[in-house]
Design a protein around this ligand. Structure first.
Ligand code: NAD
Ligand code: UFG
Length: 336
């Protein structure tokens, strides 16, 4: 399939481009480089041996984005990664988050209609479940109120796409709810390279290991979990990327709206993650215990059975693999 990949130079998008090539698809990337670097394109070429067509276009810019559709002709599907994703930042810049994430999605849906494109995969998040009443989370659990504007944009975009599919039975929508993506391409050339101090734990630990940061701050050791630290479902980005390829296959069967959790189904605590990182790299991670971070929940992990049953997809790599790959990316390619 010829697949439009918005946000294709980002962390998950770039790895998905690799997976698309591996599975015989042809990616076309649109990215405005707001949270990625053009060098990622060279690194995609180094890993896959192929250089994707790339457009530096903002998905909110209807005229600019329309030119991509005109130029590319028939495209079979779109994977919509483009968006702003920092939870903390979204509470400080809510209007920017609503504007960018909603407008880019609305412009995309309008162009899909104008150009007769029928298949979309959307990067959603476990954040749409809000504060979970119970874990593991299943797809039929209620979509609640997110604890931040970023999460609200995911809930709203899910709804917009579902309503669009209700009005047009030929539209196929796959909502993929990611849990906690970590890891990097095993080549060390593609991964997550956040600006400034990382918000998420994996890049933070990697930067401590590489000597860029001094000490990890563990946010709370008094949660009602086995060791008191927060439990999450960490999924290797290589597995996550494969999930998108499996979802494309599903869309080809005209399923209408389908929703899948993409997680491992296994919860890992902060202490367990630190131990896995130390085992995988042989580097000791110094840490201090800080108070809980506002908005964090004790436990969040997926029931990923539906993706296995309907897509034949499940995570194959473990957190140690992800720690090893994150650290390799940190020490070879990430900004020093
Ligand atoms: P990322 O920031 O690395 O990638 C997003 C890419 O989109 C960036 O390259 C950025 O430059 C681009 N972009 C942003 N706004 C754009 C616009 N208006 N037009 C064109 N390009 C634009 O983030 P990621 O971690 O790869 O996440 C990809 C998607 O997955 C996002 O939608 C994110 O919300 C979602 N998601 C991520 C996580 C996570 O923890 N990483 C979890 C759940 C869901
Ligand atoms: N944590 C620390 N120290 C840090 C960073 C995080 O102890 O420096 C802890 C958190 O308290 C939490 C766990 O590590 O228990 C994971 O935190 P992350 O920030 O890495 O991830 P979150 O689960 O908070 O957030 C992720 C995605 C969001 C998404 C959310 C809900 O980053 O995009 O899951 O699905 F919205």
């Amino acid at each position: 399939m010829k697949v439009l990949v918005t946000g294709g130079l980002g962390f998950i998008g770039s790895e998905t481009v690799i997976a698309l090539y591996k599975n015989g698809h042809e990616p076309v990337i649109v990215d405005n480089l707001s949270n990625s670097k053009i060098e990622v394109l060279d690194n995609i070429e180094k890993v896959s041996g192929k250089r994707p067509t790339f457009y530096k276009v903002d998905c909110c810019d209807y005229e600019g984005f329309k030119k991509v559709f005109e130029k590319e002709g028939k495209m079979d599907a779109v994977i919509h990664f483009a968006g702003l994703k920092a939870v903390g930042e979204s509470t400080k810049k809510p209007v920017e988050y609503y504007t960018n994430n909603l407008l880019s999605s609305l412009v995309l849906v309008r162009l899909m209609k104008e150009f007769g494109m029928k298949n979309i995969i959307f990067s959603s998040s476990a954040t749409v479940y809000g504060v979970p009443e119970r874990v593991p989370l299943v797809e039929t659990d209620p979509v609640g109120h997110a604890t931040n504007p970023y999460g609200e944009t995911k809930i709203m975009i899910e709804r917009i796409l579902q309503d669009a599919a209700k009005a047009d039975s030929s539209l196929n929508v796959c909502l993929l709810r990611y849990f906690n993506p970590i890891g990097a391409d095993p080549s060390g050339l593609l991964g997550e390279d956040p600006n400034g101090i990382p918000n998420n734990i994996m890049p933070y630990i990697s930067q401590v290991a590489a000597g860029k940061l001094k000490t990890l701050h563990v946010f709370g050791n008094d949660y009602p979990t086995p060791d008191g630290t927060g439990v999450r479902d960490y999924i290797h980005v290589v597995d996550l990327a494969e999930g998108h390829v499996a979802a494309l296959k599903k869309l080809a069967t005209n399923p209408g709206v389908v929703i899948y959790n993409l997680g491992t189904g296994k919860g890992t605590s902060v202490f367990e993650l630190i131990a896995a990182f130390e085992k995988a790299t042989g580097i000791k991670i110094p840490y201090v215990i800080d108070p809980r971070r506002p908005g964090d929940v004790a436990e969040n992990y997926a029931n990923a059975d539906k993706a296995f049953e309907e897509l034949g997809w499940k995570a194959k790599l473990n957190v140690e693999d992800a720690c090893r790959d994150s650290y390799r990316f940190q020490t070879t390619t990430a900004s020093k």
